[in-house]
Design a protein around this ligand. Structure first.
Ligand SMILES: Nc1ncnc2c1ncn2[C@@H]1O[C@H](COP(=O)(O)OP(=O)(O)OP(=O)(O)O)[C@@H](O)[C@H]1O
Length: 368
């Protein structure tokens, strides 16, 4: 099977916050890839660095935070004037321009401004907070369009109306005249999605886009994002706590723990055959439909430590059922490739490392 085209490759990304009290290593060596046209879901408990990783991609980290290491290799390009463009099935061979390392660009450079919005767009958790209360939806939408596309105000307004209709907003011309506070949370999120899609991005980063919404609206927004992705062929990086949503939307899953990726893989493989002890523990903590038994849900013991108190060795070892004293509390686990697009960061996958610490694979299996 041929390998998918990689749109974004994050290599050893480190984003730290420099506080008086010390350094917070919020993102501390993230490696992951986003294939073109696919949805990757980033999961992990609160504080694992998901949002900071996502914001780092668009260079939206503010002081006292900054990227201190690693690469953000972006191979996308503007689709030129597209709004919610339809996917062209023959368009497999869109020519690849040179790859640019987003981490090296000046955060206020024109090159980065051109990439933001036009190639990579982001939708945040709080739609109301992302929109300005001072301007109408129409002002904000047409401004976003005209920032990247050479259009007259009239053309941009027309485009805006189409976009609002496309994201399922009825009476779009009335909504154009409304201020965000006059709309519901779900409606605001649809407006944000319309703004995000206005220039036809190749990657949409959605950071907990439904967390602030009620359950019915959540489901509608997820359906909308899925439909839009099918139509446009854009890739999505979807950050969520909700493993039910992951099962529904993901092609691949990235599991983060304390600033690093501990496992990445195809959604079916990862749900049915998780390899990393943290992934196993996360999956044990979700209810199973139709098991026919009333079982107590497992919780992961302990809490995610603050990044300032990062444990030595494997950061998950104090909470891990498989932890081996003398090994996991001392050795940083290697990122092991388990398949063409499957990695896991655990000493359990490295027999040589275990043997060098006097643990055999069978012994370990029996213990577990
Ligand atoms: N401005 C900041 N100053 C200092 N530390 C910060 C700042 N922003 C984030 N952090 C720390 O970085 C770590 C990662 O935060 P991040 O928001 O990325 O986690 P997350 O996995 O997205 O969590 P959640 O799911 O709750 O949003 C946390 O420990 C957080 O306290």
């Amino acid at each position: 099977m041929s390998q998918p085209e990689i749109l974004l490759e994050i290599k050893d990304l480190k984003t730290h916050f420099f506080l008086h009290e010390g350094i917070v290593r919020a993102v501390d060596g993230v490696n992951l890839t986003v294939p073109a046209g696919k949805t990757i879901c980033v999961v992990g408990e609160s504080g694992c660095g998901k949002s900071i990783m996502a914001r780092s991609i668009l260079r939206l980290i503010e002081r006292p935070g900054r990227i201190v290491g690693g690469e953000l290799l972006w191979s996308g390009q503007s689709r030129g004037g597209g709004t919610v463009e339809q996917r062209n099935p023959d368009d497999q061979g869109a020519k690849r321009p040179g790859t640019v390392d987003l981490a090296t660009l000046d955060a206020s450079s024109e090159e980065l401004r051109n990439i933001r919005g036009a190639q990579i767009a982001m939708v945040f958790q709080e739609p109301m907070a992302s929109l300005s209360p001072m301007y109408t939806v129409g002002n904000q939408l047409t401004e976003a369009i005209r920032l990247h596309l050479p259009m007259s105000p009239r053309e941009a307004r027309q485009r805006g109306l189409q976009l609002l209709e496309h994201v399922g907003i009825p009476r779009a011309s009335r909504i154009m005249e409304s201020y965000p506070f006059q709309l519901s949370g779900g409606m605001c999120q649809r407006v944000m999605i319309a703004i995000a899609l206005s220039c036809g991005p190749q990657l949409l980063i959605a950071d907990e886009p439904t967390t602030a919404l009620d359950v019915t609206t959540q489901a509608r927004i997820i359906d909308l994002l899925r439909d839009l992705q099918d139509e446009t062929g854009m890739a999505m990086m979807f950050i969520t706590h909700d493993l039910g949503v992951v099962a529904e939307v993901a092609d691949e899953v990235v599991v983060m723990y304390l600033g690093t990726v501990v496992e990445q893989g195809n959604v079916d493989d990862l749900f049915h055959d998780p390899q990393h002890p943290y992934t196993k523990a996360l999956l044990r903590s979700i209810p199973k439909m139709g098991s026919g038994r009333r079982e107590a849900l497992a919780t992961i013991r302990g809490q995610v430590p603050h990044p300032q108190n990062r444990p030595a060795g494997c950061p998950f070892h104090p909470r891990c059922d498989y932890a081996m004293p003398g090994l996991c509390d001392q050795v940083e686990p290697p990122l092991v490739k388990l398949g063409p697009r499957r990695v896991s960061r655990c000493v359990l996958h490295d027999r040589a490392l275990m043997a060098s610490h006097g643990v055999s694979a069978t012994e370990q299996k029996e213990d577990a």
